[in-house]
Design a protein around this ligand. Structure first.
Ligand code: BG6
Length: 475
């Protein structure tokens, strides 16, 4: 069995993790420019301003800003049909509310898109992948303020017009689902999504509910805007989802795993169902939270339904009603699964979980799905001859893609693309490391700042190239 000719094989990257050039050509300071490098055990530090002596990985990234032509040629040689990029909002509106957008920023993305199209690579554009201008946090109080929605929509309008006819697939937000008043989130998640440390927020539950609601509203409004701008636009939103399994078949554990899995689905419900879900408002009510302007906003939800669902999948978790457990915790809560191996960064590796999640989401919404991220972060050590034999990554991909194939060909799930994260080594979002490498292409850059940024295809590069050219027949 083969994947269809038009299946979107490719990869996914984000501006703040690759571009660098953080202060060039009129770019303003973005929230990610104030995150230092960290590690698995040492959290990234969030600073109020750039402090000397500290390392801020986004400042140089992998220098994609200057090297994108070389990188895209390597992707093209691999046979990529699609590349997901993000547009850094702070490159277009350096102060968030500038009267005119920064033309140099627009030009960069216009050239980048042209370069992709030159090779027949479909650009898939994310409009918010953690890249909010810092000025919006400072002047407007980030997503707490409804004015931020209008600033975001203006940015979407500018980029929608600039890339009209060249970009068909748009993604309004990446992983806004990690903002949820009921989930205990660490500072890094509220920071990357809204520029705020969870531990410093007053009335955190109410504030997170407002932020999440406003982001959801911004997304549905952006969907309508992009549809109005060009009826050919296909607009989706990307969610990072972690299916959870019951620890035992005890009914209470089953119920818990169902609730844990669905905890971060309410924004998808809003974007597909055309209204902010009543069960979530009920949950807020029980927490003493009321949201304003619900009736006034209702038409926006009805008019801004998404065309497809973007899924980021890295791991599954285990749910149990037992309060205390000896098991090591999973990254997004719950427990680690003793049946599964985990990565060097403690993320469980579960290829079957991908098939499960695809089925779960498809049966719930009946909308086409694009896998927007999936991959293995690992430490790659080049051999003496300079080659990088990342058999573990090939094994990971082989297993995940064969589960994807089953989901499509055995289960009937409509999935039209697989964008591996990140096809070229880039800065890790949660740890700020280079050492946590995902790529098919090795980037000679290290956490101590050394390395000449040269690019070297790894063994997995050739594996993925062959898999694309044979349309996955051997999976
Ligand atoms: C996703 C994000 O949640 O996880 C990416 O959208 C991120 O930006 C990816 O890079 C992997 O996480 P990390 O921390 O390993 O980079």
């Amino acid at each position: 069995m083969k994947f269809s000719q038009d299946f979107l094989w490719g990869g996914s990257i984000a501006a703040h993790q690759t571009e660098g050039a953080f202060d060039q050509d009129g770019k303003g300071l973005g929230i990610m420019d104030l995150l230092t490098s960290g590690s698995y055990l040492r959290p990234r530090e969030i600073t109020k301003e750039i402090e000397s002596g500290k390392r801020y990985p986004s400042h140089e990234g992998i220098d994609f800003y200057h090297r994108y032509k070389e990188d895209i040629r390597l992707f093209a040689d691999m046979g990529f049909k699609a590349l997901r990029i993000s547009i850094d909002w702070s490159r277009i509106f350096p102060n968030g509310d500038d009267v005119q957008p920064n033309q140099q920023g627009i030009q960069f993305y216009s050239d980048l898109v042209d370069e992709l199209l030159k090779y027949g690579i479909e650009p898939i554009v994310t409009l918010y992948h953690f890249e909010m201008p810092m000025a919006i946090v400072e002047k407007y109080d980030t997503w707490k303020n409804r004015a931020t929605i209008d600033l975001y929509l203006r940015f979407c309008q500018v980029m929608g017009e600039a890339l009209k006819g060249r970009v068909k697939y748009w993604i309004t937000f990446n992983e806004m689902n990690h903002i949820d008043p009921k989930t205990e989130v660490s500072d890094i998640f509220t920071y990357i999504l809204a520029g705020l440390k969870n531990s410093e927020i007053e009335e955190p539950q109410k504030t997170l509910a407002v932020i999440s609601y406003n982001m959801t509203l911004a997304s549905v409004k952006a969907v309508k805007l992009l549809h109005d701008l060009d009826p050919k636009n296909e607009v989706g939103c990307v969610f990072g989802l972690t299916p959870s399994y019951p620890k035992t078949c005890q009914p209470e554990n089953m119920l818990k795993s169902f609730q844990d899995t669905l905890q971060e689905f309410y924004q998808i419900d809003a974007m597909v169902g055309g209204r902010f879900p009543k069960y979530k408002l009920f949950e807020y009510q029980k927490m003493g939270i009321t949201l304003d302007y619900l009736d006034e906003n209702q038409p926006a939800f009805a008019e801004g339904k998404i065309d497809f669902i973007g899924l980021n999948y890295y791991m599954s978790a285990v749910s149990t009603i037992k309060e205390r457990s000896d098991q090591e915790g999973a990254f997004f809560g719950g427990e680690l699964n003793p049946y599964l191996e985990k990565s060097e960064w403690g993320w469980s590796i579960d290829s079957v979980g991908l098939r499960y999640l695809l089925n779960f989401v498809y049966h719930k919404y009946h909308l086409p799905i694009m896998i927007c991220e999936n991959g293995l972060g690992a430490e790659d050590i080049p051999s003496k001859d300079g080659t990088i034999n990342d058999d573990y990554r090939i094994d990971y991909l082989q297993k995940h893609l064969s589960e994807l194939k089953k989901a499509i060909f055995e289960d009937g799930v409509e999935c039209f693309g697989y964008l591996m994260w990140g096809p070229i080594d880039l800065i890790s979002a949660t740890t700020g490391e280079m050492k946590k490498r995902y790529g098919f292409i090795y980037v000679n850059k290290h956490d101590d700042g050394s390395g000449d940024l040269s690019r070297v295809p790894k063994k997995s590069y050739y594996w993925y190239r062959d898999m694309i050219s044979t349309q996955g027949v051997n999976l």
